[in-house]
Each structure stands twice: as C-alpha cells, then as structure tokens.
Ligand binder design. Structure first.
Ligand SMILES: Nc1ncnc2c1ncn2[C@@H]1O[C@H](COP(=O)(O)OP(=O)(O)OP(=O)(O)O)[C@@H](O)[C@H]1O
Length: 257
C-alpha cells in the first residue's frame, strides 16, 4: 500500500449562511511537497485552513492527516499531531518577548507532562534548556536573534510574522500551513522568506502556503492548487498553472497570476 498523503481532503464543503464558501473540494498533499494554494480574494483559501485545523466544522466531507481522520479533534490536539498553522495577520502574544513567544509554540505541543514542568523536575528543566537552545538557534537562523528579549508586539508587522513562523517551526511540525506569510513584508524580507521556505521544505516538512505574491509562489512551489469561488478549478506545476486559461479567467479584474 502507498504511504498516506500528508493531507487527504475529500469532498469538503462549508457554507456560512447563504454563502457557499467551499464546494466539494478534494485534493491530496503528498508528504514532503511544497504546495501553494492560490485564488482571488474571497475564494475560500483561509476557510480551508480553518477547516483543516477544525477552527470551523465542515458541513460535509473529510480531512485526514497522514491517514488519521481529523474530524472531532480540537485545534490544539491537531497541532500536537504535527499540523501547525500561521495566520494571515500575525498573532504574536502581547506581553511576551520574542523568545517567550517562540517557546510558547513549543509548550503548545510539549510532551513533558504539565505537572513535571510545574514542579521543575529534572527532565522538565532539561527539556526547557534544550527548548531555549532550539528557540535561540531558530531566531538566529531567521536573522532576529538580537530581538529575543524585545516585546514581540512592539515589532514591525513583518517581523512579527517571522516571530510567528519561528513559533510554528519550534514545534517541529510534520506539516506547516502558512497563510499569506509574505503579506506586509518588503522585497528583501520576501526574498529571505523564500529561502527559508525552501530550507523548511528541504528539511522534509510538508508545506502548504496561501499567498498572493505570485512570483514568490511560482518560484518555490512544486505544485499549485487554484481555488475560485469555493471550488478547486486547477492543480499542476507552476508552469501548467500559469498557462491554464481557467486560472487566467478567474483572475480577470485582479492581479494576474
Ligand atoms: N466566519 C465567517 N463568517 C461568514 N462568512 C465567512 C466567514 N469566513 C469566511 N467567510 C466567507 O467565505 C468566503 C471565503 O473567504 P476566505 O476568507 O476563506 O477567502 P480567501 O480566499 O482566504 O480570501 P483572501 O485572499 O481575501 O484572504 C468569503 O465569501 C467570506 O466572506
């Protein structure tokens, strides 16, 4: 038998009142791939992420993560399974430093029992030391080591997005869902993000990225999925997608892909 897909999405639908936000969407994300999910504003991209992580309940259809059905699981349980997301607008924890924000990502998925951590038993403190070292290494790799003690909420939005990415990565996810990671970043930051996403991809993490920056997407994705008005209208390599008339038509009136 073939290994299960990292994410298997089967005929998922979701309506909000009279708005059919997602219509019978099906696709597989093979493990180890870097997939881009694109589509015009309001196509349903963020809603799909919300359905995968059970922030919203699907009306019908199913989602499985490495063969495990996600229905009925809490969002934090899904994160502990290794499916971790970021948000369109960075959500750093106010009142915490950059380092504390990143450590919070590790604690959300920590395996050491809470009581051991509360009592600061040896295993827990060792874990903590190892976590701080891992968080610092990540901050260093992301070029924001010098900001570790700064209050995260005081940083520019682009930097807060990098902090959020570090918080997602410190948990060593099997799969990352990134919602518009380049929004609010300048050109240099976007280039750095592209290199970072490729490095995450090469390390074996499966990545799905929602992004409006087409040169970023087409430069790094090995597969592109196109959503329009809640339906999946195309999937293929970046070159196939750019030559697809249905995709071009979906973007008429918006920035071309
Ligand atoms: N919580 C909600 N309540 C009501 N309608 C919603 C809700 N979330 C999303 N929608 C609607 O579902 C549709 C899809 O929205 P969604 O935010 O998923 O699109 P998107 O592709 O992520 O758009 P963008 O690129 O602008 O972020 C839109 O019509 C939106 O108004």
């Amino acid at each position: 038998m073939n290994a299960p897909a990292a994410l298997a999405v089967e005929r998922v639908s979701k309506a909000f009142g009279g708005v059919q936000a997602i219509r019978e969407v099906s696709f597989d994300v093979p493990a180890g791939t870097l997939t881009a999910l694109i589509g015009p504003n309001g196509a349903g991209k963020t809603t799909l992420f919300n359905l995968f992580t059970n922030l919203y309940r699907t009306d019908s259809g199913s989602v499985a993560f490495f063969g495990e059905p996600l229905a009925g699981r809490r969002s934090d349980a899904i994160a502990r399974m290794g499916l971790v997301r970021t948000f369109q607008t960075a959500r750093v924890f106010a009142g915490m430093t950059v380092l504390e924000n990143v450590l919070a990502g590790a604690h959300m998925t920590a395996r050491a029992p809470a009581f051991a951590q509360a009592l600061r038993l040896p295993a827990a403190t060792n874990d903590e030391r190892a976590l701080v070292a891992r968080a610092d290494a990540l901050l260093d790799a992301l070029g924001i080591a010098e900001l570790r003690a700064r209050p995260a909420a005081s940083l520019p939005l682009g930097t807060q997005k990098i902090v959020e990415l570090a918080r997602a990565l410190v948990a060593r996810p099997r799969m990352l869902l990134l919602d518009e990671p380049a929004a609010g970043l300048n050109d240099a930051e976007t280039d750095a993000l592209a290199s970072l996403l490729l490095a995450i991809h090469r390390s074996g993490t499966t990545v799905v990225v929602v992004e409006h920056n087409m040169s970023l997407v087409m430069g790094i994705a090995d597969r592109v999925l196109v959503l329009d008005a809640g339906a999946l209208i195309a999937s293929g390599t970046p070159a196939e997608i750019q030559a697809n008339p249905a995709v071009v038509a979906a973007y008429v009136g918006q920035a071309a892909p």
